[in-house]
Design a protein around this ligand. Sequence first.
Ligand code: AHR
Length: 500
Amino acid sequence: MRTARFALDPAFTIGEVNPRLFGSFVEHLGRCVYTGIFEPGHPAADSEGLRTDVLELVRELGVTAVRYPGGNFVSGYNWEDSVGPAEERPRRLDLAWRSTESNRFGLGEYIGFLKKIGPQAEPMMAVNLGTRGVAEALALQEYANHPSGTARSDLRIAHGDKDPFGIRLWCLGNEMDGPWQTGHKTAEEYGRLAAETARAMRQIDPDLELVACGSSGQGMPTFAEWEATVLAETYDLVDHISLHAYYEETDGDRDSFLASAVDTESFIENVVATCDHVGARLKSTKRINLSFDEWNVWYQSRPDPHPVEDWQEAPRLLEDVYSVTDAVVFGSLLIALLRHADRVTVACLAQLVNVIAPIMTEPGGPAWRQTTFHPFAQASAYGRGQVLDVRVDSPRYPTRKYGEADLLHATAVRAEDGSVSVFAVNRSQTEPLPLEVALNRMGLTTVVEHSALADADPDAANTLHDQERVTPHPVEGTTLRGGTLSAVLEPLSWNVIRLA
Ligand code: AHR
């Protein structure tokens, strides 16, 4: 196999990684909340019913912004149902997931959960622009953020939350371009509603950061036109536009699946182009950033292994079990986000627990790490700093969906102390990939660690009965001599090479 190469130089950077790039997502869907993060009576539950075993894993994952409460769920959400004494809260139909919502866990519990994760966790709250509108968004904002002295802020205090929640980052609805969305709208309808909501929310607090809904996928028929229309209405009123993307292997076409990040990168670049086109039309110097607030591998076309009846409470939904192959694609999606850190300033892994998640739990039982847990935890731990401009010269391979794709997908992040972490994926299913990196003026002398996630069985996964089947392992033989890093990337592998 020909050697893949790239060069690093401290003068050539993409941008600073916003910690919010390592965000996640908690939706009232399946068992993400109930028996996921919240399970009163569980042996590991604290006095608030939060599972401390899950909290520990969430901290280890290094999650920052946590989007809540949906997702499709938010388009039927009455925030008022989720506050006040838990036993008095109404049970409601959740139309999005055809489940029953008990509201035992609500807004205050979500803020309490974030506090227990630690200071790195930040709320990212979505308002319902499906079945509701400006007035309800304002009421929620006043309840959550106003210090005191009004009916709604005093109600929060009466509910036991003296301090305002200080929610700075807000999503104006969810996937409003999707016909599946309760209250689905045209781009014109949504653009107007988002603009009016943003304007009103800023009347309370001009410093909020607002995310307008972009497309729920690059393949949507309205893609790009949707963004252009929505931004024409909201350009001066919002800070971010959202992107959502999920990938899965279809028809046994693993080669294309492994190159999924080709789509992610083109999606990002197309949205950036659209934002900047609208900015140019408006003669604006302002730049809209990207909130990639749902991304993951998701086997949407596989029949659900746990068929459930309608209107169950916390049914087993979307409980995908991730293989090594999935983790390699997942790592490549992380690389795509990092490679665009100049414009992708928020990203949320969808979701956090049980529902297409890096963390799994059993009710009354253990919590464990899926294969995808590891790339996220490593990128969050070592991917903070300046992203360096990585232009690879790589052997290529044919894919059905994306034509010729590079076998190597890589990025590198330089921390404040000058140390560098290289994140790299070898997409070859059969061949090791030799890699050489020229380290120009980087002042690097030592390989601290080369860790890889790979397995002789590409379908190996972690399960309840084999929770540690797949974990990253150290790779021997990686060297740094005469300013050149040399490594060999195992077939179908996610790699982290740390240099000091
Ligand atoms: O994350 C699962 C679902 O995917 C979300 O509720 C929705 O926004 C998207 O379609």
